[in-house]
Design a protein around this ligand. Structure first.
Ligand SMILES: Nc1ncnc2c1ncn2[C@@H]1O[C@H](COP(=O)(O)OP(=O)(O)O)[C@@H](O)[C@H]1O
Ligand SMILES: [Mg+2]
Length: 278
C-alpha cells in the first residue's frame, strides 16, 4: 500500500468560492499609457467583503483600475468578470459588454474622482438622466413628463432630505454638492457593486459621515459590494472590512485594516511619506 494517501484518488476539488456577495474578478489586466504600464494586476477579487478600501500613493493606478472595470478605458489585455449571487450574473465577462452604460445595467457603477459637469442640468434632471441611461431610454425623453420622476420620486426625495439638498430645481454648485449628487446618481441605479473614487474629498465632515453611514447601510442591508478609494485614511480605517494596498500599478498587499495600517511596506511606501496620516 502506498504511503501517499491521495495517490490514485481523484484530486481534491478546488475550494468552492464563497460568493455570498457580488464580486468582481480581475485577471491579467494590464493598462499602459504612452508605453508606460500603469496597471498590471495578475489576479484580484473585489467584493468578498461588504466594504473594501483601495489605497495607495498618488499615481499608483487606483483610478485607472476602476476605469478599467467600468470599461471607460480599454485594457491592453486581461479579463474582468462579474459574479452576483442573486443569479443575475454568474461569471459575466463585463468587458465584452463594451460600453459603460451596459456595465452599469449589469450592476457595476462608479462615482468619479473628478466631478462631472453638472452645471447645465438641474439637480433633479441630473438624477433623472442617470435613471434614464440605466433603463436605456432616449435622452430626449428623460424629463419629468415620462414618469421617471413619479416612479422614483420617493427615493429621490429621501436622498435629497438625507443630504439636506433643499432645491432640486437648482444646480449643484459647490464641489461638495456635485460629489453628493454623483453618489446619489449611482445609488439610484441600485448597484450590485459600487465603486467610489474619493467620494468624500471636499465634503464637510458631517456630510462625509453621512455618506459613509449610508454606504455602510447599503453594503450590509442591501448586500452591495462597495470598493472605496480614499486618501482620507481615517475613512478607510473606519469603514473598511478589508483593504487592498496598491503601489506602482499592482495590488501588493491585502488584509484587514489593522494589518494594512501597521504593515511596514505600507508605512514605507505610503504612510511614511509624510503626506498622509496614519
Ligand atoms: N489618460 C491618461 N493618459 C496618460 N496617463 C494617464 C492617464 N490616466 C492616468 N495616467 C497615469 O497613470 C498613472 C496612474 O494614475 P491614476 O490611476 O490616476 O492613479 P491614482 O488614482 O492611484 O492616483 C499616473 O502616472 C497617471 O499620470
Ligand atoms: Mg485617483
Amino acid at each position: 500500500m502506498s504511503d501517499t494517501p491521495n495517490q490514485g484518488a481523484a484530486p481534491e476539488p478546488a475550494e468552492e468560492v464563497e460568493w455570498a456577495r457580488p464580486m468582481i474578478n480581475i485577471e491579467g489586466a494590464v493598462k499602459s499609457f504612452d508605453g508606460r504600464v500603469v496597471v498590471d494586476i495578475d489576479e484580484l477579487t473585489l467584493g468578498e467583503h461588504p466594504i473594501e478600501g483601495l489605497i495607495g500613493p498618488n499615481g499608483a493606478g487606483k483610478t485607472t483600475l476602476l476605469r478599467m472595470i467600468m470599461h471607460s478605458i480599454t485594457l491592453d489585455r486581461g479579463t474582468i468578470t462579474l459574479f452576483a449571487p442573486d443569479g443575475s450574473a454568474n461569471g459575466v465577462d463585463v468587458l465584452s459588454k463594451q460600453r459603460t452604460p451596459a456595465i452599469a445595467r449589469l450592476g457595476v457603477v462608479k462615482t468619479n474622482q473628478v466631478i462631472q459637469d453638472f452645471e447645465r442640468l438641474t439637480i433633479l434632471d441630473s438624477m433623472l438622466l442617470s435613471l434614464a441611461k440605466a433603463s436605456d431610454e432616449r435622452a430626449n425623453q428623460i424629463y419629468r413628463e415620462n414618469g421617471l420622476y413619479d416612479e422614483h420620486a420617493g427615493e429621490i426625495r429621501n436622498y435629497l432630505d438625507y443630504f439636506e439638498i433643499d432645491d432640486a430645481d437648482g444646480f449643484a454648485l459647490s464641489a461638495g454638492e456635485k460629489k453628493l449628487l454623483d453618489i446619489i446618481r449611482c445609488l439610484l441605479l441600485h448597484p450590485k457593486v459600487l465603486l467610489l473614487d474619493e467620494p468624500t474629498a471636499g465634503l464637510p465632515i458631517e456630510m462625509r459621515d453621512r455618506v459613509m453611514d449610508l454606504v455602510k447601510e447599503k453594503a450590509t442591508t442591501e448586500n452591495i459590494s462597495v470598493v472605496i478609494v480614499e486618501h482620507d485614511l481615517n475613512v478607510i480605517w473606519a469603514v473598511s472590512d478589508h483593504v487592498h494596498f496598491m503601489a506602482e500599478g499592482s495590488v501588493i498587499l491585502q488584509g484587514g485594516p489593522d494589518y494594512i495600517r501597521e504593515h511596514e511596506t505600507v508605512i514605507e511606501k505610503y504612510l511614511g511619506s509624510g503626506h498622509v496620516g496614519r
